[in-house]
Design a protein around this ligand. Structure first.
Ligand SMILES: *[C@@H]1O[C@H](CO)[C@@H](O)[C@H](O)[C@H]1NC(C)=O
Ligand SMILES: *[C@@H]1O[C@H](CO)[C@@H](O)[C@H](O)[C@H]1NC(C)=O
Ligand SMILES: *[C@@H]1O[C@H](CO)[C@@H](O)[C@H](O)[C@H]1NC(C)=O
Ligand SMILES: *[C@@H]1O[C@H](CO)[C@@H](O)[C@H](O)[C@H]1NC(C)=O
Ligand SMILES: *[C@@H]1O[C@H](CO)[C@@H](O)[C@H](O)[C@H]1NC(C)=O
Ligand SMILES: *[C@@H]1O[C@H](CO)[C@@H](O)[C@H](O)[C@H]1NC(C)=O
Length: 451
């Protein structure tokens, strides 16, 4: 028998996980689409050590296009699996409809995955929930229909499954407040309101740790971020504590809105949306570590961080930052150094890609990892268009296509994430070239984790 000792396999898992990093607010390109992930207002569910990320597709704006599902075993590299609900010619899932905040629970009694969503018309006047079911977490769902839970208005929703299997709908009821409605045993309907918060919060997420329930939610400011808040109780019926901030006041929850809270290993992860209301497809994902201690929850804001599947998070650590315009690099076929006000060194490399296939070869990219390891690099770039740009990015001979969201934030470069196999030493080469003859982004520099 060839056995890896538990200690050895732990060490291997640690090594593999340590080099992959979550980079909040960046372009996250999905494997299988070459596009920034379209899964906004998300939920996350783990099944057999695979994570499934379910959310709204806003590729073409705010109206319903699809509910997408992506899968990952490391929470950094995501593969598009499919649409759980697709655009229909009419009805709740037809054109110009609002279908938001999908959340999925598994019902152990019926062996069924149950999805709840916010269902509305384009003016948000219907204020209903929808329910869909599937025998497979990331398969096609049967849409069962929509209704107002207990006859009350419902806009943003969440779901929560308690330890004993009883589950609850979290429902923003505009006239009355935020509800925790107990679901029927099959999770397909609601029975009664367990608790009604008279305060007005939306984007609800409920999390439980050591017998304490934490309800997170945002204030009602549309697509604009605000200081989100939380309250705690040891019984869902209450009493609930006063609402308090979990991120520093005035940061607008690090410019994000709550969508989900989940425990991964020993880390509690906050999942939020940084909405770009003028171009919803460019909205990014703000996933951050949340420290939960007793009845206190505090959000940290690392630029990049490591989320081990076992153990506790750590920040991304030291980085080298090779510049695109460095003289050792090779620029060819029209790629050229241009001035860039917000870039480090006030320069970047433009005219990458295009019909001439402008090419930038960044040399001398250093990794201190002792073995060849898939590592998360950050690409700082600018893209002045209102749509994504793309580039073929080849690292040590292995190519992938990356997306680069519009960087409509003044002169500050944006970030796109590159997960690539780096070799030990300073001989790594990162090449940017054309994808389908389109122009790529202007590249400022790379940020490369040292270990
Ligand atoms: C966006 O809209 C175009 C044109 O209607 C359509 O072809 C495309 O499939 C849509 N993309 C997505 C991701 O929904
Ligand atoms: C789970 O616990 C809640 C709160 O005590 C209770 O209302 C509910 O009936 C329990 N569910 C089951 C299936 O025991
Ligand atoms: C949900 O339960 C209510 C109250 O029992 C009932 O009137 C309604 O028909 C149910 N809805 C569905 C979709 O089963
Ligand atoms: C939670 O802990 C942080 C850090 O110690 C502290 O600043 C904050 O006031 C606490 N919040 C609450 C609601 O107790
Ligand atoms: C563009 O240039 C890169 C780097 O030389 C090369 O690998 C790639 O094949 C070229 N692409 C096209 C479409 O010619
Ligand atoms: C490569 O990078 C290392 C570390 O940043 C630096 O010391 C060295 O001078 C660089 N070599 C070249 C040829 O640029």
């Amino acid at each position: 028998m060839r056995a890896i000792s538990p200690l050895a396999s732990l060490a291997l898992a640690g090594t593999a996980a340590a080099s992959l990093q979550i980079v909040p607010g960046a372009t996250w390109t999905a494997t299988g689409t070459n596009q920034h992930i379209q899964a906004h207002g998300a939920g996350l569910i783990e099944v057999d050590s695979t994570y499934y990320w379910v959310g709204e597709n806003h590729f073409n704006g705010s109206a319903f296009q699809s509910i997408n599902c992506y899968s990952s075993t490391d929470l950094v590299e995501w593969t598009f699996v499919g649409e759980l609900l697709s655009l229909q010619s009419s009805g709740d899932l037809g054109p110009d409809r609002v279908v938001e905040r999908p959340k999925i629970l598994y019902n152990d009694d019926t062996s069924t995955y149950v999805m709840w969503l916010h269902i509305d018309d384009s003016s948000y006047a219907e204020a209903k929930t929808g329910v869909a079911t599937s025998s497979s977490v990331c398969g096609e769902y049967d849409y069962l229909g929509s209704f107002q839970p207990l006859g009350e208005q419902s806009r943003d929703i969440g779901l929560f499954k308690d330890d004993n299997g009883t589950a609850y709908l979290l429902s923003e009821d505009r006239p009355n407040g935020l509800r925790i409605d107990r679901l029927t045993d099959d999770y397909l309907n609601v029975t009664y309101t367990t608790h009604l918060f008279p305060e007005h919060y939306e984007a609800p997420a409920l999390y439980k740790q050591d017998g304490v329930y934490f309800m997170f939610g945002s204030q009602l400011t549309g697509w604009s971020a605000n200081d989100n808040a939380y309250t705690t109780a040891t019984d869902l019926n209450g009493p609930w504590s006063d609402w308090a901030d979990f991120a520093p006041a005035g940061t607008d929850t690090y410019d994000s809105q709550t969508s989900y809270v989940i425990k991964i290993g020993d880390t509690v992860m906050y999942m939020g949306d940084r909405w770009v209301s003028t171009n919803l497809m460019a909205s990014t994902y703000i996933w951050l570590p949340l420290t939960v201690d007793g009845t206190n929850a505090t959000l940290s804001n690392p630029t990049s961080w490591i989320l081990p599947l076992d153990g506790t998070w750590s920040s991304g650590g030291a980085e080298t930052d090779p510049e695109a315009e460095a003289s050792d690099n090779i620029l060819s076929k029209g790629a050229t150094v241009i001035s860039c006000t917000g870039c480090s060194g006030s320069e970047s490399v433009g005219w990458i890609g295009g019909p001439d296939n402008g090419t930038l070869e960044i040399r001398n990219v250093t990794s201190d990892a002792t073995t060849t390891t898939t590592t998360t690099l950050q690409i700082r770039f600018e893209n002045g268009d209102s749509t994504q740009r793309y580039a073929t990015v080849t690292v040590n001979g292995e190519s992938q296509v990356l997306a680069f969201l519009p960087s409509e934030n003044g002169n500050t470069p944006a970030t796109s994430v590159l997960n690539a196999r780096l070799e030990s030493g300073d001989g790594n080469v990162v090449v940017f070239s054309a994808y389908e003859e389109g122009y790529g982004p202007d590249v400022d520099r790379l940020l490369v984790p040292e270990e």
